[in-house]
Ligand binder design. Structure first.
Ligand code: 1Q0
Length: 215
């Protein structure tokens, strides 16, 4: 990685997910949510081109949301709650099949939200892993228990192949730029509640509005 490129640090991602939550954890700031994802994408890119099919999709979803944020109705997209209210009340969401609004904010965030569940499971597995644990297994288990349920066979197959080239646990912890293994484990323990709170809030919001199965 060149010196001019910003280095990934788990700490940075942690701060984004922490600062996402506002109003006593009753809302999520979209800008900070996206910042968290951007940090994760940077990290994934540093693992090599094998994950570029994942990062391309994540980047395009982040871009869709950034366009809304900087658009005329940007203020409506400031938080997840205001986005859901705005898009639903203005009939901007395709509820049953992709039609006039194939890239609504609601369906786009839902895709990232499902991926956040994978991240939550993966981080927890990494945190409690031992020296001889294989990151590829941890990642595959987390994926198969979450995101895989929404992906067709071909994507599941490709993802599971890509996991096989994940670096070993030690190398993985090193590129996180946090410090010793112990420090990484501590940091993960600290990060988990923030990621979980963001996940739980979004899950509840989407469930209240029947948005969990958006096409
Ligand atoms: C470290 C290894 C990274 C492994 C990533 C695992 C996720 C695999 C997901 C495969 C996605 C395949 C690409 C296309 C999918 C889309 O069809 C799908 C649905 O969208 P749509 O528009 O077709 O309905 N999209 C998704 O499901 C969204 C997928 C977004 C994945 C974003 C993953 C970002 C990962 C970051 C790496 C974090 C490393 C964490 C290490 C801990 C540090 C805090």
């Amino acid at each position: 990685m060149s010196g001019t490129e910003e280095k990934f640090s788990l700490r940075e991602v942690l701060v984004s997910f922490k600062s996402c939550l506002v109003d006593d954890d009753q809302d999520v700031l979209v800008e900070h949510y996206l910042k968290g994802w951007k940090g994760l994408v940077r990290f994934m890119n540093s693992l090599g081109t094998v994950f570029s099919f994942v990062s391309k999709d994540a980047v395009s979803k982040i871009q869709i949301m950034e366009n809304y944020l900087s658009g005329e109705q940007g203020e409506r997209y400031r938080t997840l709650q205001s986005m859901v209210e705005y898009e639903l009340s203005s009939n901007l969401v395709d509820l049953n099949k992709r039609d006039n609004h194939p890239e609504s904010g609601c369906r786009t965030i839902l895709r990232l939200h499902r991926a956040l569940r994978w991240l939550q499971l993966f981080l927890e597995k990494l945190r409690t892993s031992t020296e001889d644990s294989k990151t590829s297994n941890l990642c595959a288990e987390a994926y198969n228990d979450s995101l895989a349920n929404y992906h067709p066979w071909i994507i599941r197959k490709t993802a599971n192949l890509a996991f096989m080239v994940l670096p070993a646990r030690n190398t993985f912890f090193e590129v996180m730029n946090v410090g010793t293994t112990e420090e990484v484990v501590d940091m993960l323990g600290e990060a988990m509640p923030y990621v979980s709170n963001v996940y739980d809030f979004t899950q509840e919001l989407y469930s209240q509005h029947n948005l969990l199965d958006l096409p």
